[in-house]
Design a protein around this ligand. Sequence first.
Ligand SMILES: Cc1ncc(COP(=O)(O)O)c(C=O)c1O
Ligand SMILES: Nc1c(O)cccc1C(=O)C[C@H](N)C(=O)O
Length: 396
Amino acid sequence: MSESLAGKAAALDAADELAKHRELFALDDDTVYLDGNSLGALPRHVPARMQEVIAHEWGELRIRSWDESGWWTAPERIGDRIAPLVGAAPGRIVVGDSTSVNVFKALVAAVRLAPSERDEILVDESTFPTDGYVAGSAARMTGRAVRPVAPGEMAAAAGPRTAAILVNHVDYRTGRLHDLPGITAAAHAAGALTVWDLCHSAGALPVGLEAHGVDFAVGCTYKYLNGGPGSPAYLYVRGDHQGSFDSPLPGWNSHEDPFGMRGEYVPGSGAVRGRVGTPDILSMLALESALDVWTGVSIDSVRAKSLALTDFFLECVAAYVPEGRVTSVTPAAHGERGSQVALRCDDAGSVMAALIAAGVVGDYRRPDVLRFGFTPLYVGFGDAERAARTLSTALG
Ligand SMILES: Cc1ncc(COP(=O)(O)O)c(C=O)c1O
Ligand SMILES: Nc1c(O)cccc1C(=O)C[C@H](N)C(=O)O
């Protein structure tokens, strides 16, 4: 072990104002958990809250809980808890469904706002697959064509034929942070609307949805928001689009009068319009409880620690791993980096299996990428040093 890097890690951990938050999570000190960019860790207090929800709200109050326990209003109430983390105003975010479903709602609604001569949808060519699949279907439904574009060329590609642009804020494979302010501004200058997928940025870095005038955004809550496996996703609709948001999935829960049970669909107003059917209350309330860990935490401090952690991990990898054995595909520039480090090596699958066996949990993305996610609320600098040291052993 390098005493200097271990010592540096200890000093950084001692000075880390977020270090105390690790105690809020169910984590053991034998494991270095660097997979919060796939499934966030469990906040310790959530099981007790879920016990109460199940035993009391469901078990005893039963149907009364829709009103008395606030179940009916949970999608917008929890949306308002997520809002400050992504720079959204209150009343703009609804929680529910999966990210895939929300990409569909947002993208079709965006295209429906565009004149018919705008016949193309730009999608980042390195997109997470689900977004690409959904965009293809949305294009067929709306009589448009998908044009894949490199994220770096997206701003220049937007033009008079562009109806909407769908971009991942952070690339799931490389950890590259895309230029949300620049692409959004260029899209608007070209008369196009933007849909941003925040799965890999929300809870890890400031997004600034209102500040940058983003039209629509979606994201999951099971990564950096720690909502649990399959926890519901969310949909953001900018305030001035809410009244014209024409959902391709108009369910009874988004009706202006759901219990009127009317044959004619009349959309509700505000974030409610993004709902579809009955919300998945147990997962939703687990997410609501999980969001308590953000009390008193600023997203700017999370970002500062995230960059320090990923910098330090890269420094340890450079010190411990023979040169050329792995190649970072994550940008070195802070302005282009999310909260993960992705390292390329030919035998990535077996290397990650060895790492996991040694207690360092990252993940492997075929064919050759080792992913290490850094969740600033519970990952420390000592974890980063141990992960790099274990990696050097796993690489043989
Ligand atoms: C960028 C991105 N978008 C979408 C998804 C898929 O979301 P869901 O499974 O909630 O539909 C994921 C991860 O699974 C993702 O990383
Ligand atoms: N959603 C997932 C799941 O249900 C099982 C396993 C992994 C996931 C993920 O979230 C994968 C993740 N979006 C990724 O960036 O690869």
